[in-house]
Design a protein around this ligand. Structure first.
Ligand code: FAD
Length: 402
């Protein structure tokens, strides 16, 4: 009897089990999740859901009944602590389950501030799980003072929600500029101005030295020596792949659970997909932290469990919503050496990244058309002339046919 066990009932886990059933897999399927809720989408947690504009049920990827209807044993609120890859067993909830194939879809864990600088004070929140957001949401009341630590997408999205709810927002970014790790200076400039227009105070090149308070946070000392009063703190300082269970089980770890192009780990019949895995990409090894990657990679793993022998070819894309701006990103900008600006109307603009003369990525703000064309060009391996891209009057669509 075949039995696929998937550890981690998030985006990748849910996609994997659905694909198995849709693809005709007739064996047993068990999906195990540490959280008490059915698999849900995380992106709205720092956007519409935090803003109070989305019901919790709309976060669920599928109604809970889907799993029973498809004969998928969904075990919620159960953390897997131990696996034995020799006997092919998983211990969970006091039981030992045998698998024929095992999938790691354990996602990632937010980096936390050390207790030594006040990271364990009440009122200090990370943004990863639904429970994190349910705990912090009541603090988003007009007039409250929030300190956001970290100017990546999560921190900026939380800042946007806070500003829209009328909070007094200070955001500190230790690096020279917000989004430094993931975007060109042009994109940083764009979002710095956008937040400035909404009254957010962004401090760059400024870190957090110490949070202060008796039990609960009430202030922060910044690296430039200034002290700010705070009612609560949102920490968005990055994530780490959730690999401890895999490591204990003897799987090879390499910036995530190391998998081959088909999603196989270093141990037979054990697979990994989503945030927790690192995989081959254009001669290098990468790890992506995005919904499209979690879905696509998990589906390829499901197909390969059914014998497809298919490689996962990532076509990275991502998005972020801040105020009335939708940012859409196509491709990966790693190693870019030139950025071309394509102006649009109002807040619309796109930035096109070139590396060694080839188009590698596009950041498009309120420019769905630029994003779509850029994404398709990247996927087709085509590079538009930078002068044409920079000309707002030039129609880019014919480039797809040329
Ligand atoms: P997850 O969805 O994190 O699921 C992993 C699950 O495994 C978790 O529920 C965890 O509890 C469980 N688990 C871990 N270990 C165990 C264990 N031992 N036993 C049982 N269960 C376990 N991506 C985008 O593309 N666009 C966005 O705009 C965007 N916004 C985001 C906003 C926020 C606030 C966050 C947190 C993420 C955002 N992301 C966004 C990233 C995206 O949500 C992740 O890349 C995606 O969820 C990864 O899916 P996953 O299945 O790999 O991991």
């Amino acid at each position: 009897m075949q039995h696929v066990i998937v550890i981690g009932a998030g985006q990748a886990g849910a996609s994997c089990v659905a694909k198995l059933r849709n693809g005709g897999f007739a064996g047993q399927i068990t999906l195990i999740g540490a959280e008490p809720v059915p698999p849900y989408q995380r992106p709205p947690l720092s956007k519409a859901y935090l803003l109070g504009e989305m019901e919790v049920e709309r976060l669920y990827l599928r109604p809970e009944s889907f799993y029973a209807e498809n004969d998928i044993a969904l075990r919620l609120g159960q953390q897997v602590h131990s696996i034995d890859t020799a006997s092919r067993t998983v211990s969970v909830g006091g039981e030992t389950l045998e698998y024929s194939d095992l999938v790691f879809a354990t996602g990632s864990e937010p980096r936390r501030l050390p207790a030594a600088i006040g990271g364990d004070l009440a009122g200090v929140f990370t943004v990863r799980d639904l429970s994190d957001v349910d705990r912090m949401a009541p603090r988003f009341e007009a007039g409250a003072k929030v300190l956001i630590v970290g100017g990546g997408y999560i921190g900026l999205e939380a800042a946007a929600v806070a500003a829209m709810r009328g909070l007094e927002v200070t955001l500190v970014e230790m690096a020279d500029r917000i989004l430094q790790r993931v975007a060109a200076p042009e994109t940083s400039d764009y979002f710095r101005k956008l937040h400035g227009d909404h009254g957010v105070r962004i401090l760059e090149g400024v870190g957090l030295d110490q949070l202060i308070g008796e039990g609960a946070v009430s202030g922060a000392v910044l690296s430039d020596g200034t002290e700010v009063a705070v009612d609560f703190v949102v920490v968005g300082v990055g994530i780490a792949p959730a690999t401890s269970l895999a490591e204990a089980a003897g799987l090879e770890i390499d910036n995530g659970i190391r998998v081959d192009a088909q999603g196989r780990t270093s141990v037979p019949n054990v697979w990994a997909a989503g945030d927790c895995s690192s995989f081959p990409f254009r001669g290098a090894r990468i790890r992506l932290e995005s919904v499209p990657n979690a879905i696509d990679q998990a589906e390829v793993v499901a197909e390969n469990i059914m014998g497809a022998e298919k490689d996962y070819v990532a076509a990275p894309w991502f998005w972020s919503d801040q105020y009335d701006v939708k940012l859409q990103i196509a491709g990966l900008n790693t190693g870019y050496d030139r950025v071309v600006t394509r102006p649009g109307e109002g807040r619309a603009v796109s930035f096109w990244y070139y590396s060694d003369g080839a188009l590698v990525a596009v950041d498009a703000m309120n420019d769905a058309r630029g994003y779509m064309i850029g994404k398709r060009l990247i996927e087709m391996g085509k590079t538009p002339d930078p002068d044409v891209v920079a000309d707002p009057e030039a129609n880019l669509k014919p480039l797809l046919k040329a």
